[in-house]
Design a protein around this ligand. Structure first.
Ligand code: HEM
Length: 154
């Protein structure tokens, strides 16, 4: 994740230094560590099951979402500066090529991000961190679409 100049936790009034999102494991800790990330990803896939605009994206996944939940939670742990669980369990991954077999346009990207926004809304995170995460996740999501365009899909 990239750093930002304006990413301190505005709700932190204690003597603890404010969490710096995108710096070291600041995002990982703001997300509640591995337990918090798992809760976020479970909510994300629950919304994917329920949101009408996500029906097409849901259909690209296996009927049983358990593996997808584990893979995304493992990936996000390392991506947020925490333990690199995806690498440990599944090996190396680059997000755009990992999606190259799927038909993903701006429509699917918007649906994916809508599920994430709905999941974030339920979490006990500061508004600033929710906005930060959604903005940061839109970056790799956009790269997936660009790769698809470069492959001549659209
Ligand atoms: C742009 C919208 C996106 C769509 C429509 C999408 C869709 C999917 C689908 C359908 C799968 C399952 C693939 C399969 O079982 O063959 C998948 C896997 C995965 N996605 Fe996404 N995804 C998107 C964005 C992202 C983003 C932004 C990230 C990370 C920040 C991500 C991380 C992953 C990971 C780690 C896997 C597991 C890959 C593997 O081990 O095979 N995805 N995605």
């Amino acid at each position: 994740m990239s750093t930002s100049d304006d990413n301190t936790d505005p709700g932190n009034n204690s003597a603890e230094p404010a969490l710096q999102y995108g710096v070291a494991d600041g995002s990982f800790r703001a997300a509640g560590g591995e337990a918090g990330i798992l809760q976020l990803v479970q909510a994300f896939y629950r919304h994917m099951d329920e949101l009408p605009q996500a029906r097409g994206v849901r259909a690209m996944h296996a009927a049983d979402l358990a593996l997808s939940i584990d893979k995304l939670a493992c990936f996000l742990s390392g991506w947020m500066g925490g333990p690199r669980r995806y690498m440990e369990k599944y090996g190396s991954i680059a997000i755009p090529p990992a999606h190259a077999h799927l038909p993903i346009t701006e429509v699917e990207k918007a649906a994916w991000l809508a599920c994430m926004e709905a999941a974030l809304a339920e979490q006990d995170y500061t508004p600033a961190f929710k906005t930060y995460l959604l903005t940061q996740l839109a970056v790799p999501a956009g790269r997936i679409v660009v790769l698809q365009e470069n492959m001549g899909r659209r």
